[in-house]
Design a protein around this ligand. Structure first.
Ligand SMILES: Cc1cc2nc3c(=O)[nH]c(=O)nc-3n(C[C@H](O)[C@H](O)[C@H](O)COP(=O)(O)OP(=O)(O)OC[C@H]3O[C@@H](n4cnc5c(N)ncnc54)[C@H](O)[C@@H]3O)c2cc1C
Length: 266
């Protein structure tokens, strides 16, 4: 059994987000980290590995420096890493990204007992579209927003988070799951893991490696194959000065309620 986990390297947007004078994101001034939800997916895969002895393979599409992130997840216990990297893949939107990642997962191979995992959402693109699109392109059933995963034979019972509660879904392998932070607490790298990660198998899939997959075509990948293009990016305008209401009488309270209701806040 294999568990293939998609991990993305993202700029750390939790601190101060730096913006260039032209309004674009200043990626160079922010540390590159592993997307947080993807660490929950890796942790879920590691606990399934402890129960089943599964092999875990991480896949990331990005530039060569993403190797550092892939070594880090291998130091946590992942068995193998694949970096999908090539100039032809640059500028991909979510459609093209999922097209390329699905081709890479096809190359690794999804068997009847296997599971593909993604984070719910990347903190830079923030679309939460890539996981479900990969499932569509691989023809796999998908369960998103997984907050608990239990495996019994070829059936997974997944507690899926909704806005106002949970639903429990049973799904058979092979399937794709997108993971959220409520699922678990990611473990740290171990000292042995750090020593061992440099000896673990690490492969690069470039355009030539994937070009024979029917999903890979110049019209479906990269900037040219992306149905959406970022036309303009800008920093949201700052909110104006606050408003003070004084008094504890009913008229003031009614006024406050009216203002909040008009802004759809209550
Ligand atoms: C140079 C450049 C040009 C771009 N141009 C466009 C554009 O023209 N139009 C546009 O709409 N967007 C564009 N993007 C944004 C890009 O499409 C998204 O960053 C990417 O598609 C992933 O979407 P997301 O970040 O919203 O991921 P989400 O859908 O939020 O991610 C969900 C999960 O999918 C997996 N995942 C996502 N991306 C990867 C990855 N690269 N490798 C491995 N796993 C992954 C992870 O498990 C992640 O948790 C561009 C990005 C770059 C760097």
């Amino acid at each position: 059994m294999k568990i293939i986990v998609c991990v993305k390297q993202v700029p750390d947007t939790s601190g101060k987000v730096a913006v260039n004078p032209d309004g674009t994101l200043n990626r160079a001034s922010m540390a590159a980290i592993t997307n947080p939800d993807d660490l929950n997916a890796v942790e879920a895969a590691l606990s399934l590995k402890e129960q089943t002895g599964a092999e875990i393979i991480v896949v990331s599409m990005g530039p060569p420096p993403a190797e550092g992130m892939l070594r880090e997840v291998m130091a946590r216990g992942v068995d193998r890493a694949v970096l999908v990297s090539g100039r032809e893949f640059g500028g991909s939107d979510t459609y093209a990204t999922s097209q390329i990642l699905a081709a890479a997962i096809n190359k690794i191979g999804v068997g009847p007992e296997d599971i593909v995992m993604c984070g719910r959402q990347a903190i830079d693109g923030d679309t939460a579209q890539v996981g479900p699109q990969i499932a569509e392109k691989l023809g796999l059933p998908q369960v998103s927003y997984a907050a608990e995963i239990k495996k019994d034979g070829d059936t997974l019972t997944i507690k899926r988070m909704l806005e106002d509660g949970y639903m429990t879904i049973k799904v058979k392998t092979p399937c794709l799951i997108t993971c959220i932070k409520e699922l678990n607490t990611p473990r740290y790298m171990s000292v042995n893991g750090i020593f061992e990660c440099y000896a673990k198998p690490y492969e690069i899939f470039d355009y030539n490696t994937l070009k024979d997959d029917p999903l890979i075509d110049p019209s479906t990948i990269g900037l040219k194959g992306s149905p959406t293009n970022i036309f303009k990016s800008f920093t949201p305008p700052q909110k104006g000065v606050g408003m003070m209401l004084e008094g504890a009488d009913k008229a003031t309270c009614d006024k406050l309620a009216g203002i909040l209701a008009a802004k759809h806040m209550i």
